[in-house]
Ligand binder design. Sequence first.
Ligand code: SAM
Length: 212
Amino acid sequence: MFRIQREELIDELTKKGISDLAVIKAMGNVEREKFIPATLRHLAYKDVALPIGYEQTISQPYTVAYMTQLLNIKKTGLKILEIGTGSGYQAAVLNEMGCDVYSIERNLDLHHMATKLFDKLGIRVHAKYGDGTIGWAEFAPFDGIIVTAGSPTVPKKLKDQLIVGGRMVIPVGDRISQKLYLLIKKSDTEFDSEVIPEFTFVPLIGREGWKM
Ligand code: SAM
């Protein structure tokens, strides 16, 4: 089911400039409809964000593809930290690319829904309920960090938990609009950073994020 729609979406993403073959292959394999409420499944392969309950969304496929491409995953077994598990789709894409995925979600219901789904689909993701702005020190350092909610600043603990040479992709800005940042860690204290044009994300709420 949905195979043709999935192929059409991949085609659309390629036309929009996604060129990383590993990302394209993974998104061509992961069934996005499984991560979406039943009543919206017919929209699973439209290139749009969709509500998943609790005022949260599954990100637009183009955003998932773009952010994943920025992580520049060139081999399997990389340890990637995701902040904002949400539906679990982004984590599933990273898992499909052969990453060892650690994902944190602050909404308990979404965390439970995602972990149940991972179990059902046989997807191996280390998922945790909690405030992702403080990272997951126990398993640091990470080869890559992807933050899927908009933050007022880049949380220091996330910078600390990135390996030297690692990449962090994070939307930063005000509550209405954010710019996507790519940070590459050069040393314990130095980062190269690149700003990517406007994307909009739901807010990252937490100790080093937005206050409720
Ligand atoms: N990656 C998700 C997916 O594939 O469906 C997209 C999730 S949505 C755009 C962003 C998520 O970040 C929401 O589920 C929200 O509850 C979560 N979030 C916001 N602040 C957070 C925080 N401090 N720690 C962990 N998760 C957070």
